[in-house]
Ligand binder design. Structure first.
Ligand SMILES: Nc1ncnc2c1ncn2[C@@H]1O[C@H](COP(=O)(O)OP(=O)(O)O)[C@@H](O)[C@H]1O
Ligand SMILES: [Mg+2]
Length: 471
């Protein structure tokens, strides 16, 4: 190895290049993400299945669709689905913030308008800010209500709203309503009737619940067979959407993992734990949309339905080889029909180039942890040795193990020892200590008693010793 410490080893930016020893899976993963295919990974624990799934998601473009449900006035139990693109959302935001109409100087509007909005003095005709109650030129009272016969009883509308409605004759001789408004910067905003209506429409808040937001992570992981988590739900309402005390149906709709994974990766760890839900997953993959309804038939939520909620995801499944027989054949053929099935390696050949990859792995683990120092070449040698040992023990052949979670644990433990000793690097002593410590209970027993069976007998003996000395 031509390095002194792992700090010198460059770490690839591309998350898929950080996966070592799984070249085939990595190549396929690139196709999966660029062509939006499905992927089933079969392999031993700790060989990189989750890591690959995350990497696929990180290569995808960010989501461009937001999914929400709207209150349906006619049939509240059928909320209306609304899918908005990022472009539409931006436009709507622009409309909301847009300054409608035209900003004009108070001198450029009819004088009755500037008078009624409090700019112009009714006696001398000079302009001043409407915040001044008396004309700054002649000192006359500008307060308009004084001029109304009922002024002391009723405030004028104009005064209250800061708005004057007028009519102008356009080029075609048609009457066109115009609205003048006082603004905070002592100018007047002039709006046509259509500006006025558009502004009002943009300001109206629809009764909407966003169930899948635009700024969501595009990696969604599911474990186990919780159907509501996978497929979404409509919460129960003990008051049955009662208009005053209940919660309206649309507010009780929640998306499932399949919907949240829209435009992203749905990662199902241990596929077979899905159980019966495998068939729903299959339907969702075929239709690319899936109904949301209350999953509990006795709940008020089961009367509420939102049809065709989009769920166009890349399915990345992971499982152990032993579980293959319990995977639904239909689901499996669906994955194979529009994707790939791949078995991960548990070891690689002990070549210099693979040793280099192992060094990259160690450097990565240390960098990702962020709290432990880098390792010396000697310490790395120890890890390499352990990798050979594990390979021999688990795969019964010579090579380097790719059950890297185990090694990752050792590296972190060694890092903790180094930090504890305030050492600048992880040295071979720290690594040796970590290897010893990291051994599983079974391994420790085996070491102590030769094999697990005699360990069990020794334990039995120790317990029965309490009664008699012979056991
Ligand atoms: N092939 C690999 N290349 C680099 N690091 C790996 C690899 N496999 C596992 N690791 C390391 O071990 C950790 C656990 O791996 P993970 O992807 O969760 O395994 P799995 O999902 O197959 O059980 C990863 O976060 C990573 O740090
Ligand atoms: Mg995993």
């Amino acid at each position: 190895m031509d390095f002194e410490t792992t700090a010198e080893i460059p770490i690839p930016k591309d998350p898929l290049e950080r996966v070592i020893g799984q070249e085939e899976a990595v190549n396929i993963s690139r196709i999966v993400s660029s062509q939006k295919r499905h992927l089933l990974m079969v392999g031993a624990p700790g060989t990189g299945k989750s890591m690959i799934a995350r990497a696929i998601a990180s290569l995808l473009p960010p989501p461009t669709h937001e999914v929400s449900v709207l209150h349906n006035i006619e049939r509240p139990e059928r909320p209306i689905l609304s899918v908005r693109t990022s472009k539409m959302l931006e436009m709507e935001k622009g409309e909301k913030e847009k300054e409608w109409g035209e900003s004009v100087h108070p001198a450029d509007v009819p004088s009755f308008v500037s008078e009624r909005l409090g700019f112009r003095c009714r006696r001398c005709g000079d302009l001043s800010t409407p915040r001044a109650l008396y004309c700054t030129s002649c000192g006359a009272d500008k307060h308009p209500q004084k001029y109304s016969p009922f002024g002391d009883l009723l405030p004028s509308n104009d005064q209250r709203d800061g708005r004057v409605h007028a009519v102008r004759i356009d080029e075609d001789g048609e009457e066109e309503p115009i609205i003048y408004e006082k603004t905070d910067d002592d100018r007047i905003r002039k709006l046509t009737h259509s500006d006025f209506k558009k502004r009002a429409a943009a300001k109206v808040k629809k009764l909407r619940k966003v169930i899948v937001s635009l700024s969501r992570p595009n990696f969604v992981q599911v474990v186990g067979n919780n159907e509501t988590e996978l497929l979404g739900d409509v919460r129960h309402d003990p008051y049955g959407s009662h208009p005053e005390i209940g919660t309206p149906a649309y507010l009780r709709v929640t998306a499932g993992a399949i919907h949240e994974a829209h435009e992203g990766v749905l990662y199902v760890d241990e596929m077979t734990t899905l159980g019966d839900a495998q068939k729903y997953l299959l339907t969702a993959m075929q239709d690319r949309n899936f109904l949301i309804t209350g999953r509990n038939p006795s709940s008020a939520g089961s009367t509420v339905r939102v049809e065709s909620v989009p769920c166009d995801f890349i399915l990345v499944g992971a499982m152990n080889i032993n579980d293959l027989p319990s995977l639904s054949p239909a689901l499996r053929s669906r994955i194979r029909g529009s994707g790939y099935e791949i078995v991960l390696n548990t070891n690689m050949e002990d070549t210099p180039s693979n040793q280099e990859k192992m060094a990259q792995f160690v450097a990565q683990e240390i960098q990702m942890d962020g709290r432990i120092p880098h390792a010396t070449a000697d310490a790395f040698g120890k890890i390499l040795e352990e990798s050979r040992k594990i390979c021999r023990a688990t795969d019964n052949k010579s090579g380097l193990t790719l059950r890297l979670r185990v090694l990752s644990g050792i590296i972190k433990l060694a890092g903790d020892f180094a930090s504890l000793n305030e050492s600048e690097f992880i040295d071979s002593a720290h690594m040796g200590q970590a290897i010893k410590q990291a051994k599983s209970a079974e391994e420790q027993l085996e070491e102590k008693y030769g094999n697990i069976w005699s360990a069990g007998l020794a334990d039995y003996g120790a317990r029965s010793k309490k009664g008699s000395e012979t056991a």
